[in-house]
Every structure is written in C-alpha cells, then in structure tokens.
Design a binder for this molecule. Structure first.
Ligand code: TXA
Ligand code: MG
Length: 330
C-alpha cells in the first residue's frame, strides 16, 4: 500500500468515510484515525500499529453536540468537565454507545471521547461527520508521533494517508479522565493536571496505578510504552552526573533545560518546560536515529502552578520511556 501525503481535508475525510486509515494532527500528538463504527476499519488500525487488542481507543468528535455518536449518555460530570476543558487536550470516559464497535473499547462498556482543539483536526472531523477512533500515530511501543515526518517513519506503507500539518503544539497525549461516576478520576496525566481539575472539582482524584481494578479501569497502563531503543536514565542533578568507568565507550544523548553534562554525544537543550514537552518524543526518535546507547533525561519541576500538570505529564512519560525505573539521585 502506498501512503499518500495529503494537504486537502476533504480528501482525508473521504478516505475515513470509506473505512480507510488516515493520520491527522491534533494539538497533543498526531492521531491515526479510522471509522469507530466499522469493525473492519478498526481491525486494520490495530494491525497497522501492532497494537495489543486489549488497549481501548479514544473516539474523536468535532463538537460537543456530537457526543451521542459515541456515548450512550452524557453524565452530569462529563458535561461539566468538557464544559471547562474542551475543545482541548482532555479525554472523558463515558458510557459507550451501541454503535461504537466492541474492538474500539476492547470490550469495555465505557468509551473515551475527545474534542481536540486543533483547527485542522476539527475541520477533518466535521468533514468526515462520523466518530473517529484515533490512537497516537506511531508503531505500538514507540514514542508518539508529533511531526508528520515521524508518523511517516513508523507507518509508511501501513496506512492510507497522512494529513500534512505543522508539529503538535503540546507534544504529550491528552489527560484521560473517568467521568462515569460522581467524582473525576485522572487515569492518564496530560497537560490538564490534577491541580487544575481540582480548581473546578475539588474532590477529583488520580488513579494510583496499583489498585486491583487496574485492568478494568485503564487497560493501556499495563503495556510498555514510549520506549526508545537506547537505555533511558532519569537525571535530577545534571551538573553532578558523569558516566561510570565501564560506560566510557558508550554513546550518550541528553535532553533537558540545563546545560548538558560534558560527555554527551548528542544533546537537545530546551528553553523551558513547554518546549521540552513539545520536543520530547522527537528527541527520543533522534537519539535512536543517531545510535545513542544511553539517553539521559533531565527531570524538571514546574516553575509555576499553571505548569504543574505539564510537569507531571512529562515526568510520567519519562518514567515510561525508562521502563518505570526508580528515580536515581543524580
Ligand atoms: O492526545 C491523545 O489522547 C491522542 C490524540 C491522537 O488524541 N491519542 C492517544 O491515544 O493518546 P492512545 O490510544 O495512544 O491512548 C489512549 C489511552 C490509553 O491509555 C487507553 O487505555 C485509554 O486512553 N482509554 C481509552 N478508552 C478507555 C476507556 N474506555 N477506559 C479507560 N481508559 C481508556
Ligand atoms: Mg499511544
């Protein structure tokens, strides 16, 4: 199959309506879209990504009014959360509509819905006028795609088309919030963090990731994620870091805000936390392309209360890239 690079929203929408697979930009990361009502389209989507079938997909909509396309009911909580944060980098879990196929939700009775803020994404969703299931547009287990070139790198020949656009603005996936009950539960941290949720919903909680209901609540948590080929190490104190004697021959890549340690072969120094988050996945890909053996990731605290969500989300992705390792002291 030849993957087309498209600039025309209507052409991309037509492919989606015919059951095809189209990668498209959102403000978080690029998504790989398919008709959420079509078992055949969703089966192809899981195949193209190499994604385990027990990890459910998020359904994307152009506007709030379209929620009946994906959800059986709009909970009071869901309405209020969407009212505050959508369109934007948030996904709300609601009771699933009959018309959304089982493979989208991996058999769950709930569905994640998201109204992206990206203009181009909403134009595409409006033109398609169907519910679009879209996981991040990367091979399963690889860093998410935040540029169309990275999407092509992973999925060339495996999908029908890519809607060409600028890089994603936020760079990390949406916050996933369970809104089926009376209290919002943050299942996956994104740029909308627990602090920000609590400003509007004081009793909001975060899923702790260890409760016995893990498999029922957020199946995706079990799977390895965001792992580059290089070994990943988290560093809090960059200045005092140095390689061990036995590692002197290795190739090191570094990403962070502070100046890199002396002995790094490739480095990306970001101006601030937002730039770090935006460039994070591209950096991991570049480190792999450059043949790095070890990737050093600086752990950065939020400088302001507004950045708390983004800092927590970046730290979450850093830990996953490192295979959920413990945080070393240096
Ligand atoms: O920003 C984003 O959310 C991007 C863009 C493309 O919108 N999409 C994305 O999709 O990150 P994906 O498939 O990579 O991640 C979906 C996450 C997984 O952690 C999955 O477990 C969770 O959402 N999820 C989906 N449906 C769920 C449900 N019914 N209950 C609990 N978690 C759900
Ligand atoms: Mg993903």
């Amino acid at each position: 199959m030849q993957t087309k690079i498209l600039d025309c929203v209507e052409d991309a929408a037509a492919i989606l309506r015919c059951g095809g697979l189209v990668a498209f930009p959102t403000e978080t990361v690029f998504g790989l879209g398919a008709d959420a009502r079509s078992e055949a389209a969703i089966k192809r989507l899981f195949g193209a990504k190499g994604r385990p079938s027990d990890n459910p997909l998020i359904v994307h909509l152009a506007d709030f009014d379209q929620w009946p396309l994906a959800a059986r009911a709009m909970t009071e909580l869901g309405r209020r959360v969407l009212d505050h944060f959508a369109p934007g980098p948030i996904t709300v879990i609601l009771p699933k509509a009959e018309s959304i196929c089982q493979s989208v939700t991996a058999g769950l009775d709930t569905v994640g819905i998201r109204i992206p803020a990206s203009d181009l994404a909403r134009q595409l969703l409006r033109a398609a006028a169907i519910p679009i299931a879209a996981p991040s547009a990367n091979l399963s287990g690889r860093p998410s795609g935040t540029t169309w070139a990275s999407v092509l790198e992973d999925l060339d020949g495996r999908i029908d088309a890519i809607l060409r656009a600028d890089s994603a603005q936020v760079g990390l996936e949406s916050s996933v919030v369970d809104c089926t009950g009376s209290v919002p539960i943050l299942l996956r941290p994104g740029s909308v963090g627990l602090e920000e949720l609590r400003r509007h919903f004081p009793t909001a909680t975060a899923f702790d990731g260890v409760s016995s209901s893990t498999s029922a609540v957020s199946p995706g948590i079990r799977h390895p994620h965001y792992q580059p080929r290089a070994k990943v190490r988290l560093v809090t104190n960059v200045e005092s870091w140095s390689p061990a004697e036995a590692e002197l021959e290795l190739k090191f890549a570094y990403a962070g805000i502070d100046a890199p340690p002396a002995r790094t072969n490739y480095c990306e120094r970001f101006a601030d936390l937002a730039a770090y988050a935006r460039g994070f996945y591209e950096f991991l890909r570049a480190a792999d392309r450059g043949g790095a053996d070890v990737v050093l990731l600086q752990v950065v605290a939020a400088a302001t209360a507004e950045q708390a969500g983004l800092a927590a989300a970046l730290f979450d992705r850093q830990r996953r890239a490192a295979g959920n390792c413990e945080i070393p002291s240096a």
